[in-house]
Design a protein around this ligand. Structure first.
Ligand code: NAG
Ligand code: NAG
Ligand code: NAG
Ligand code: NAG
Ligand code: NAG
Ligand code: NAG
Ligand code: NAG
Ligand code: NAG
Ligand code: NAG
Length: 830
């Protein structure tokens, strides 16, 4: 008799296990793809139209269930595509519009993505982040992008877009980042009119990056207003004409203003002097006229370039002596006359003074208080007739070639030679690594001194606050920010060959090294690419706004159709659940047949475990499908012994690891003992600890891992069967499942849930995970059976018939489970 009891709960365990797998199975197999069918179809057609998608694509039909690399889902809906630097070729067709729940789309640095953007991008109404930077898209920017009302981040830079800026972008009221830089965009900057939106409506925008295009016409006076939040206005490298709008002075938050390399003319408006937070002002290479602007209030100004304009000849303005944070002053081919004010050289952060091709004359007296950071004074082609170096004296680069002083006083000095020592720009040192040589495509990781395939590209800083490239401290800060914010091993970052390019951007070659092994995974690359485009990575503030262009990455699986470990895991888990699912269905079918026979036979009275054993004639509990006749129960439980008050006293010789620890104290098995056993089974499933005799240790180990770590179960995750971890990591309910298992193995029975609560919890987890329980083949018929037997068809999750809880009865409501996934577990009397 006792062995009956053991057998009974062993069977229960098995069936619970099967239940679990069938539930998983339902999502992966029997119920079809877990992924929303529309989203699935959209991804399938994207895959069909692209070459070079990650190998995991198409190895399953279920991008959310058996995840495709770069596809993120919430429940069954695709919410993010992160495919940075994947080497994808093809076009972005209308299929993308089918991903109606998409929040984030990042296709950056796929140089093989070409052709025009589909207008159906405008269907992605939930889209928050759209990053297409560094591809080769062409054609017009579709007007329909203006329909993306949730968009906050739009980066279309470094493509080959043509046509105008669509005025409809003015409807993107949540837009924070607008980057259209480095394309072939033509025409005017659109502003709103009575009938059309315009960019002046973008009050949330912090960034207008339109540099390096072919924009023409004037910068509209109505583009700017005092409600705007702009901090970066980068219009450099266009063909904008007309004068600088005075409304710019209203954008009080402005920090960087680059209007250089345009066709601007006229006077610089006085009220730019209101922009007290401005740190970089670059108006070089225009046709600006009138006096040099008054910048005396701009106490935050670090960098000023007014070169190559047509300003009226003048002596150095007063602000040459009053801007304390200046690092760089550039006025080449300028209007300057008279002497250079001595105070200029005393600004504590001053690094470079570049005033070649002016008419500066008289004596150059740098004073006694020269900035310790000053590295370059370029006065080529001026009219300086004598030099007074202060004391202790200036020893860095001073260029006086083309000044009268070089024909007289200084003719044989360095100052009059073309070759002068300039400090060497920073590059990450490999000194500690000796001189290792690496195979082609690989580089030395400065942290480990080993060869690996780095993720590489170029960082472009569009408005750094400094000019001096030899400052080790600054570049070390940049390296540290990179490895910290990109989650890399400290030291595994290399910066090489910084220089200011023809667009006056600071260009730095970046190499990032994998934490272990030779290569980054695709997931890593997708993440890093995203972090570098959506500005998750922020450089030290001295570096200012940046953009990044990645080089293609040499993935291991490139060009091979090899099956990755993820796929193997996916296939393995798929096969396992399929087999278990089939077993379960088989068991179910047999039992259903039996049950039908028995139902006829037994007829009345029914007694479910939901009723008190003393209440033997009570109404049947119809909520679930686990029914037992009183006779059956009596037989199973040895006529309830003498003492699925509420316990059964038996001599059990079960497998120790599974046994309720309280059993050792009380020698009594309760439903909670079964719960405990089930918990162990769940943990076994999760941790893949076999053989089952180890059950006891699992509970201990899992508990220790949980206690010793953060609430996210980080420690437990390390114990999880890698196969389940791969799939489970993408099951949103997995952590809850783990929690549930842990509750089941609580030391004290009172702390454990009832079996019915367990089953309900599993149902809830799966329900929340989007299992459509009505449609899963494993469950619907069982549900019907459960209802029809009692003559009352019920929805699987109905709470309409609460189970009367009987005080003092541990069996009360046991297995009162809703039946959404039920399997027959009827105990067969021996
Ligand atoms: C998933 O979607 C649900 C329902 O739309 C939402 O409440 C929840 O916040 C989403 N979760 C995540 C992580 O985005
Ligand atoms: C970019 O577009 C222009 C004009 O359509 C075309 O001439 C040029 O070849 C394109 N460049 C690339 C790299 O596709
Ligand atoms: C600006 O350029 C446009 C052509 O792009 C021209 O029609 C207009 O006259 C120019 N305006 C000024 C002030 O130069
Ligand atoms: C200027 O910058 C400071 C420091 O970042 C900030 O507190 C202040 O609000 C800014 N001023 C304006 C007008 O945005
Ligand atoms: C901005 O500058 C203009 C012209 O210099 C001046 O009249 C105005 O008062 C200034 N506004 C603010 C807010 O400082
Ligand atoms: C100014 O123009 C000259 C000649 O075109 C050019 O060499 C120089 O780079 C320009 N300077 C700046 C700062 O734009
Ligand atoms: C320097 O230039 C100014 C303005 O052109 C002139 O008045 C002055 O006499 C010059 N000084 C010398 C020393 O040449
Ligand atoms: C390097 O840059 C840092 C940060 O801007 C600055 O504090 C330091 O003085 C600079 N060092 C030198 C030698 O210029
Ligand atoms: C970049 O993306 C992350 C994750 O989606 C988000 O938290 C962050 O705010 C984004 N950055 C910007 C500047 O939008």
């Amino acid at each position: 008799m006792a062995s009956d009891r053991v057998q009974r709960f062993r069977r229960l365990k098995l069936l619970s296990l099967l239940l679990f797998w069938v539930l998983i199975d339902a999502r992966f197999q029997l119920g079809g793809s877990f992924t929303d069918s529309g989203d699935g179809a959209a991804l399938q057609s994207l895959k069909a139209s692209w070459q070079g998608t990650p190998p995991s694509w198409g190895k399953s039909d279920d991008p959310c269930g058996f995840p495709w690399e770069g596809v993120s889902c919430n429940d069954s809906r695709v919410t993010a595509l992160s495919l940075s630097t994947m080497g994808i070729n093809g076009q972005l067709g209308g299929d993308i519009g089918g991903l109606a729940e998409l929040r984030s789309l990042d296709l950056s640095f796929n140089k093989g993505l070409t052709g025009p953007l589909s207008p159906q991008l405008g269907n992605l109404k939930k889209l928050n982040i759209l990053i297409l930077a560094g591809c080769r898209f062409s054609g017009r920017i579709p007007d329909e992008l203006g329909n993306l009302g949730e968009l906050s981040f739009l980066a279309l830079n470094s493509n080959n877009f043509t046509g105008n800026i669509p005025p409809s972008l003015g409807k993107l009221s949540k837009l924070y980042w607008l980057d259209l830089a480095d394309n072939q965009i033509t025409g005017p900057i659109p502003v709103s009119t009575g009938t059309s939106p315009g960019l002046d409506l973008l009050l949330k925008a912090n960034h207008f990056h339109f540099n390096k295009n072919q924009l023409s016409g004037p910068i509209p006076e109505t583009l700017f207003n005092s409600d705007m939040a702009l901090i970066h206005v980068l219009f450099d490298g266009n063909q904008l004409n007309g004068s600088i709008p005075s409304s710019l002075g209203l954008v009080q938050k402005l920090e960087v203003l680059r209007l250089d390399r345009n066709l601007l003319s006229g006077k610089v408006p006085n009220n730019l002097n209101n922009l007290t937070n401005l740190s970089e002002l670059n108006l070089a290479d225009n046709g600006l006229t009138g006096p040099l602007p008054d910048l005396a209030n701009l106490n935050s100004l670090n960098y000023v370039d007014l070169s190559n304009n047509s300003f009226a000849p003048a002596v150095a303005p007063a602000w040459f002596s009053t801007l304390p944070s200046l690092t760089t002053l550039v006025i080449e081919f300028g209007p300057l006359q008279g002497e250079v004010p001595q105070k200029l050289f005393g600004f504590p952060e001053l690094q470079q003074v570049k005033l070649r091709n002016n008419n500066l004359n008289g004596t150059l007296n740098m004073g006694d208080n020269i900035s310790p950071q000053l590295q370059l004074v370029d006065l080529l082609n001026n009219d300086v007739s004598s030099l007074t170096l202060g004391s202790p004296g200036y020893t860095n680069t001073l260029i006086l070639i083309g000044n009268p002083v070089c024909t007289t006083q200084l003719s044989n000095t360095n100052y009059c030679q073309t070759q002068q020592q300039t400090p060497k720009p920073y590059s990450t040192s490999l000194a500690t690594c000796g001189a290792p040589s690496c195979p082609l495509d690989q580089k030395v990781n400065p942290q480990s001194c080993e060869c690996a395939f780095p993720y590489e590209g170029t960082l472009y800083f569009r408005a750094p606050k400094f000019r001096e490239l030899s400052n080790v401290t600054l570049f070390h800060m940049l390296e540290m920010n990179l490895w910290t914010k990109l989650n890399l091993t400290p030291g595994s970052v290399s910066l090489q060959n910084p220089f200011f390019n023809i667009d006056d951007y600071l260009q730095v070659q970046l190499s990032l090294f994998p934490p272990i092994g030779l290569r980054f995974s695709r997931t890593d690359v997708q993440r890093i690419g995203f972090d570098l485009t959506n500005q998750t990575f922020k450089p030290p503030k001295e570096f200012g706004p940046y953009y990044f262009i990645a080089s293609p990455y040499a993935f291991q699986d490139n060009g091979k159709s090899s099956i990755g470990p993820g796929i193997i895991a996916g296939v393995a888990i798929g096969c396992t659940v399929l087999v278990l699912g089939l077993v379960a269905v088989g068991v179910y079918a047999i039992r259903q047949k039996k049950r039908a026979e028995e139902a006829i036979e037994l007829n009345k009275p029914f007694a479910s475990w939901g009723t008190s054993r003393r209440d033997s004639g009570g109404a049947p509990q119809l909520k679930g499908a686990r029914w037992f006749s009183l006779d059956e129960l009596k037989k199973c439980t040895n006529n309830f012994a003498e003492s699925n008050e509420g316990h059964v006293s038996t001599q059990v010789k079960g497998t120790l690891g599974y046994l309720d620890p309280e059993y050792y104290m009380t020698q009594q098995l309760t439903e909670k003992s079964d719960v405990y056993s089930f918990g162990v089974v769940m943990l076994e499933l999760i941790t893949a600890k076999q053989p089952i005799e180890k059950g006891k240790y699992i509970v201990r180990e899992v508990r220790q891992a949980k206690d010793g770590n953060d609430p996210e179960h980080y420690g437990i995750r390390d114990m999880i069967d890698p196969i389940i971890r791969n799939a489970g990591g993408h099951l949103p309910g997995f952590a809850k499942f783990l929690d549930l298992a842990l509750q089941c193995v609580e030391e004290s029975a009172a702390d454990r849930p009832t079996m019915s609560e367990v089953v309900k919890a599993i149902e809830t987890i799966l329900q929340n995970d989007g299992i459509r329980t009505n449609s899963t083949s494993a469950s619907s018929s069982a549900t019907d059976l459960g209802g029809s037997k009692g003559g009352q068809p019920k929805h699987p999750y109905t709470e309409a018939m609460p189970v009367p809880k009987q005080e003092g009865n541990n069996f009360s409501d046991s297995f009162d489970y809703s039946g959404g996934y039920n399997l027959s577990t009827k105990i067969e009397p021996k």
